[in-house]
Design a protein around this ligand. Structure first.
Ligand code: SAM
Length: 290
């Protein structure tokens, strides 16, 4: 039987971390993927072509990274933990470009100074995974395909449809420029150390008709509509950001013209309805700064 690679052997990972004097940090969600079959499935969901410019968020000790290198990607990885960055340098040297620090603080500058990515992949930390995705959507940096591994509850919100119990402002943010689909669920044993929660792998595929650029009114509308789940759209919008930007009368006019029933609750609106509403709104009086 052939010997297990570093990325498939909990013992080898334990030894490596000990040798390097690294203690895993819960706050960074450091659970490494140790299941080769799941790894293959996740990478194949990315539909890679040779030479694709790929971003990996949180490479850890390189469980997914080494497969991406084998696929001849032009790879940039974002890692916050200095000990793990040392390991990545030892293992992969000049095959990858490493951006050190908090992804949320480094990604915009990286996008400005290098070409924007054609694929993004990440087994994301539980604490900040949803903020990372929302930031990529708002900055319009999600490419044609992105594949993320997250806590199942977060993935359920990304996938949820209007009226469903998991439907939230995060669903409308994730579905704004992409279609979201589930690839698979992963139990705790797929990772070392095993997390207490089930994870899901989701793919975000850019919609052919996706709006480009920043569309602040969409995100403000989504935020306003979900201010209180119990209230109607009218009540939520009246005191929200859009109302102070445009005035309540203009909002009512836009709702009427786009057939948005303000008596409904925010959680019942689809992406298309919200988009139709904000597009009508900007046609009535463009928001300043656009
Ligand atoms: N990709 C590896 C794997 O699948 O085995 C590791 C995934 S682990 C769930 C999450 C990784 O994200 C860790 O390596 C952690 O140090 C890193 N990380 C956590 N917060 C981060 C942040 N804000 N910016 C960049 N990396 C972060």
């Amino acid at each position: 039987m052939s010997e297990k690679s570093l990325w498939d052997s909990k013992q080898k990972i334990r030894d490596l971390l000990e040798e390097q004097g690294i203690r895993l940090k819960k706050r960074f969600g450091q659970n490494f993927l140790v299941d080769a079959n799941h790894r293959r499935r996740i990478i194949s969901a990315l539909e890679l072509s040779k030479g694709d410019k790929v971003w990996e968020i949180g490479p850890g000790i390189g469980s997914l990274t080494h497969v991406l290198i084998a696929k001849s990607c032009d790879l940039t990885v974002f890692e916050i933990d200095h000990g793990l960055i040392r390991i990545l340098r030892d293992l992969f040297d000049s095959s990858i470009s490493i951006v050190e620090g908090d992804f949320l603080k480094t990604f915009k500058e990286t996008a400005r100074s290098t070409a924007t990515p054609e694929r993004i992949i990440g087994n994301l930390p539980y604490s900040s995974g949803s903020i990372m995705i929302a930031s990529l959507v708002e900055e319009d940096l999600l490419p044609e395909i992105a594949v993320f591994t997250l806590q199942k509850e977060v993935a359920d919100r990304m996938l949820a449809l209007p009226g469903g119990k998991d439907y939230s402002s995060f669903s409308l943010v994730c579905q704004f420029r992409s279609r979201v689909e589930k690839i698979c669920d992963l139990g705790g044993n797929a990772f070392f150390p095993p997390p207490q929660v089930v994870s899901s792998v989701v793919r975000l595929r850019r919609r052919p008709d996706a709006s480009t650029g920043n569309l602040p009114d969409y995100f403000t509308a989504v935020h306003d509509l979900f201010r209180s789940r119990r209230k109607t759209a009218a009540n939520n919008l009246k005191n929200g950001g859009l109302s102070s930007r445009y005035g309540w009368d203009t909002l009512q006019k836009a709702a009427e013209r786009s057939s948005l029933d303000l008596g409904r609750r925010g959680e019942t609106f689809s992406r298309e309805e919200v988009l139709g509403f904000v597009e009508t709104l900007s046609g009535i009086r463009p928001a300043s700064g656009l």
